[in-house]
Design a protein around this ligand. Structure first.
Ligand SMILES: Nc1ncnc2c1ncn2[C@@H]1O[C@H](COP(=O)(O)OP(=O)(O)OP(=O)(O)O)[C@@H](O)[C@H]1O
Ligand SMILES: O=P(O)(O)O[C@H]1[C@H](OP(=O)(O)O)[C@@H](OP(=O)(O)O)[C@@H](O)[C@@H](O)[C@@H]1OP(=O)(O)O
Ligand SMILES: [Mg+2]
Ligand SMILES: [Mg+2]
Length: 388
């Protein structure tokens, strides 16, 4: 067994629904077969009594959201965060700030807009944030930003049952029916096909799902349509809203090249290992739009999820161990350098019998050490480590 695997403990914190949907027991079994200890974390007990942990997997989105208005949840999140900061070698999948960002569509859609400026392989449909009042108050901004009907209205909060309640708005009158905080996004015709990209570290898996049908572009007299996103884009979804009015060719999935580039960029922009990205292909242009990003999604239709997750964990454990070993070697090396500087300096003071007062200080902090250490880290260490 490699040393980076020996005695390692994987903690997890998932609610019952998530454990059941993922069949998480299967992942526990896989980890135990490979020699890991797996611990289900009980948030009601102090973490230090349950640790130590090398890795913690969680979906604490409920608690993170509640922590903004509930003091007990705030304390739990605070304690959890303090614990992982104290034991900084713990690999947390995923860090709270990165997860928190995805719970707020205002934050995450802003980030997607910035992302498309850096990398135009995908685009994020234009939108307007509505902080207060009804959609009517946003009419001027909608025009200014060049948004066209239909619009899709999404709640600001991106997680939890009510976050999946949405509306399709076809005219100004319909805007009066939506209330803040929410965002209004241009609807993109995409032939009712959604591509869910499930990311696990550096791997990703594409799954096809049903999606909303096409609607004529521009303002129309149609009444708003209120729907739950889970009734249109789950594998088993069966809704009139996903039935195309006329037969069309199946849309071509985004190319591997586009998906790989976009996921590589999003992974580093978001700072997450476990996330899902919803992509659609614009009917008129063939461009690929990102319409949603979810933290630790369901991975439904990805039979390789458990092995990919464990591979990702093992990659992280191995690189953590290498980094820790490198730090020890650098520390040992610089101690050794300091000692030899002291010996040399003492020899020369004995020789000349001239010991200037400034020499004592310069001996305590040998100036050449950092440069030599970095030379050692970059030039010598890799060779040393590869022999270990
Ligand atoms: N801009 C858009 N243009 C066209 N269709 C869209 C757009 N945004 C969302 N949709 C459709 O609405 C559905 C729900 O939107 P979205 O994915 O944002 O909701 P969600 O509730 O966050 O979904 P999830 O369950 O994946 O978290 C999508 O699956 C897609 O069918
Ligand atoms: O199970 P969870 O509570 O994490 O639900 C997540 C759900 O997974 P499921 O497949 O288990 O329903 C995800 O669906 P897929 O993208 O995978 O289709 C997606 O809807 C997330 O947004 C949900 O997260 P939440 O809205 O709750 O943050
Ligand atoms: Mg979605
Ligand atoms: Mg979502």
């Amino acid at each position: 067994m490699p040393s980076w695997r020996k005695g390692k403990r994987i903690g997890y914190c998932l609610n019952d629904k998530k454990k059941k949907k993922l069949n998480f027991q299967g992942f526990e079994d896989l980890c135990r077969q490979r020699g890991y200890e797996v611990i289900e974390i009980d948030l009601a007990k102090p973490l230090c009594e349950q640790g130590p942990f090398d890795v913690i997997i969680h979906k604490l989105s409920d608690l993170i959201l509640e922590s903004s208005y509930d003091s007990q949840s705030h304390q739990l999140i605070h304690d959890f965060q303090t614990y992982v900061e104290t034991y900084s070698s713990i690999i947390l999948l995923d860090p709270f700030p990165a997860v928190r960002l995805l719970l707020d569509r205002f934050e995450s859609y802003r980030l997607l807009q910035d992302f498309q400026k850096q990398d135009s392989c995908i685009f994020s449909p234009p939108y307007v944030e509505l902080n207060s009042g009804t959609g009517r108050e946003a009419v001027a901004r909608i025009r200014e930003q060049g948004l066209t009907f239909p619009l899709i209205c999404k709640t600001r909060v991106a997680h939890g049952p009510s976050s999946h309640e949405m509306a399709l708005i076809f005219n100004e009158e319909g805007l009066g029916e939506v209330s803040a905080p929410c965002l209004l996004q241009s609807f993109v015709n995409h032939d009712a096909v959604l591509f869910k990209v499930f990311v696990v570290g550096s791997s990703h898996f594409v799954v096809r799902r049903p999606s909303l049908k096409n609607f004529p572009r521009g303002e129309s007299a149609r009444r708003s349509i209120f729907f739950n996103s889970h009734s249109v884009s789950k594998p088993e979804s069966c809704s009139r809203l996903t039935e195309l009015d006329e037969a069309t060719l199946e849309p071509t999935p985004p190319s591997d090249n586009v998906i790989c580039r976009a996921m590589r960029g999003l992974r580093s922009t978001l700072g997450l290992s476990l996330f899902g990205v919803d992509l659609i292909v614009e009917k008129q242009t063939g461009r690929c739009a990102v319409i949603d990003v979810n933290a630790f999604p369901g991975y439904e239709g990805v039979p390789e999820f458990f092995s990919a997750l464990l591979n990702h964990i093992e990659t992280l454990l191995e690189s953590h161990e290498q980094a820790a070993r490198a730090r020890v070697l650098v520390a040992e090396y610089s101690l050794h350098q300091q000692a030899s500087h002291v010996d040399k300096a003492q020899e020369s003071t004995h020789d000349t019998n001239l010991r200037a007062p400034w020499l004592a200080n310069s001996l305590e902090t040998p100036k050449s050490a950092p440069a030599e250490s970095s030379f050692f880290t970059f030039a010598v260490l890799p060779a040393v480590l590869s022999r270990h």
